[in-house]
Design a protein around this ligand. Structure first.
Ligand code: ATP
Ligand code: MG
Length: 137
């Protein structure tokens, strides 16, 4: 059993897609063990995406992530990290496989509806940044 961290991004919360995205998550056998709606400051978004600091889209990405509330989640299941990335689909919706969240809902490569951790170390860091241990049930 593994845990991963997920964000339902502003483009998706704005269009009331939280339930539709959660349906895909649960249909894949992932359990939502923690979830809350927050509105990040640009500084918090900047900290979260610090690995992309040198990329040309960093400023735009931080502004987007702080533009509207997001839903942050912890997902649990067998192979949760890889499984959720499969459910999300490719970063660019044009390249995402049929039935994936990004294929069905993403607007663009930047406004791509969801985030999912990419490795066990980042999953642990991201979960700890947004949730207290007692919130994980
Ligand atoms: P995430 O980390 O959000 O789960 P990812 O791992 O599929 O997505 P990354 O390469 O880590 O993709 O990029 C992080 C985020 O930065 C992307 O999800 C997207 O919102 C944004 N992004 C990535 N590449 C571009 C780009 N070329 N133009 C605009 N935004 C981009
Ligand atoms: Mg990533």
């Amino acid at each position: 059993i593994q845990r991963t961290f997920s964000i339902i991004k502003p483009d998706a919360t704005k269009r009331n897609l939280t339930g539709a995205i959660n349906a895909k998550i649960e249909a894949a056998g992932l359990r939502i063990i923690a979830q809350k709606r927050i509105h990040m400051t640009p500084a918090q978004a900047g900290h979260f995406y610090a690995v992309h600091k040198e990329r040309p889209f960093y400023g735009e990405l931080c502004e987007f992530m702080a533009s509207e509330p997001v839903v942050v989640q912890v997902l649990e299941g067998e192979n949760a990290i890889a499984k959720y990335r499969e459910v999300m689909g490719a970063t660019d919706p044009a390249e995402a496989a049929a039935g994936t969240i990004r294929k069905d809902f993403a607007v663009s490569k930047g406004e791509n509806s969801v985030h999912g951790s990419d490795a066990p170390e980042t999953a642990a860091e991201e979960i700890a940044y947004f949730f207290a241990g007692l919130e994980l049930v």
